[in-house]
Write a protein that binds this ligand. Structure first.
Ligand code: PMP
Length: 419
């Protein structure tokens, strides 16, 4: 029994971070609720940083998982064909890809988000024979050297001496200011043959930047990006690791923009139950890998396939999308009323779907709101380069009661900190 942080403080490396924001020992969780060792209940507005879109310990996924284990279903299989993997591929095709008219090959690049990004960058380089990649300011793509090298966050890179290698970072979304349009700038840059500019292999971006401050790109901008990529033969990689799997209202975050990226990166909630799984979706004509060219031991987490398959049941009808839309609207209304009621916040509502937050220029305030919320029983974190955003990220399955309870805690904290 570890009901204080002693063993963690004594033994765990200084790299640990969430324990600082949420200093307790957690034990149990169900739906949108988490309990610590003292039995204190917390509302979860964090959802495993997007890995728990369906909440904690979903009953149906749990049942399937227990059945699978009791039947001695194979747990680990590298990339061998298994019953569980076949079921997942079949359902993913029938429930997700086909109804959206999407033709992609499914690659299992390794267990986590950074694995899918690495595979996407490598494939883009192989397909085009070029090396450069365009990424965007405040974009976040992972913590290994390749994915970090396209991550627009100097603080995360500099300790390890990782430059933005072969990367051009561009301001995110079209109009940085009245006179600077990212797309026009980019177009001129690409036309500048005289300077020996190499046409990039790929462009990588999130449609809503999760870690970077819940910045949502407009659909129009995304369409312009796709158009530019097509014209210049640049592969478009959408990193949907955080914004995907329903977070912004649709299964893929780019559906409403009507674009068809060349490569899509998925992880976090694709496993359904919080089990590690990642997918790289690849347009068939660029699936030119040689067998084994990108491999890894943990590409066949069959328990994750079992829960992932069950999680897709949520997408068999329109009901889930409708419920996400209703809850998203509630979040928008709450945040809008909060910034109106408390002008001291100088707040701006950001994001899309159940990926929203408030950005405040008041130094340290977003962090203080999260810290005080934690004491009052709400788990929520900050985002953005200056941690200037508090980010509401509940499981998509949360009910109205859970949302209202969370809203009440946030408002209480804002009131006592600014009013
Ligand atoms: N891409 C995005 C958009 C992410 O938000 C994250 C994780 N926060 C990653 C990639 C990396 O995923 P992982 O931590 O599983 O490697």
């Amino acid at each position: 029994m570890n009901n204080d942080l002693k063993i963690f403080d004594e033994l765990e490396s200084s790299v640990r971070s969430y324990v600082r924001g949420f200093p307790t020992v957690f034990k149990k969780a169900k739906g949108y609720k988490i309990w610590d060792m003292d039995g204190k209940e917390y509302i979860d507005f964090f959802a495993g940083a997007g890995a728990l879109n369906y909440g904690h310990n979903d009953d149906n996924m749990k049942k399937k998982l227990i059945e699978y284990i009791m039947e001695d279903g194979i747990a680990h299989s590298l990339d061998k064909a298994t019953d569980a993997k076949g079921d997942f591929l079949e359902k993913f095709n029938n429930v997700i890809l086909k109804p959206r008219n999407m033709d992609y090959k499914v690659m299992f690049p390794g267990p986590t988000g950074t694995n899918t990004v690495e595979s996407a960058l490598k494939l883009a380089r192989k397909v085009t024979g070029r090396t450069n990649v365009i990424s965007f300011t405040n974009g976040f793509h992972g913590m290994t050297i390749g994915s970090l090298s396209v991550t627009g966050n100097q603080a995360k890179r500099e300790g390890a001496g990782i430059p933005l290698q072969h990367v051009v970072t561009m301001p995110y979304d079209s109009f940085v200011s009245e006179n600077l349009d990212t797309m026009e700038y980019l177009e001129r840059f690409l036309e500048d043959n005289g300077s020996g500019v190499e046409i990039p292999a790929a462009m990588i971006l999130e449609t809503v930047q999760g870690e970077g401050g819940v910045n949502a790109a407009s659909f129009e901008w995304l369409q312009r990006i796709e158009d530019l990529c097509k014209r210049w033969g640049i592969l478009l990689i959408i990193d949907d690791v955080q914004a995907g799997i329903g977070r912004t209202g649709t299964f893929f975050s780019f559906e409403k923009a009507g674009i068809k990226p060349d490569i899509v990166c998925l992880s976090k909630s694709i496993g359904g139950y919080g089990l590690p799984l990642a997918l790289t979706l690849i347009k068939p004509e660029i699936d030119i890998w040689n067998p084994g060219e990108h491999n890894g031991t943990f590409r066949g987490n069959n328990m994750a396939f079992v829960t992932a398959t069950e999680s897709l049941t949520y997408w068999e009808t329109d009901e889930f999308e409708k419920s996400i839309a209703e809850k998203s609207e509630k979040v928008t209304q709450f945040l809008t009323s909060l910034i109106e009621k408390y002008p001291e916040l100088q707040g701006e509502v950001k994001g899309r779907g159940l990926m929203q937050g408030i950005s405040t220029p008041v130094e340290g305030l977003a962090g203080e709101i999260c810290a005080m919320s934690f004491k009052k029983g709400l788990i929520m974190e900050t985002a953005g380069p200056e941690d200037q955003v508090f980010k509401l990220f509940p499981p998509l399955t949360i009910d109205n009661e859970g949302l209202e309870k969370g809203f009440a805690i946030i408002e209480e904290c804002v009131k006592s900190l600014v009013a």
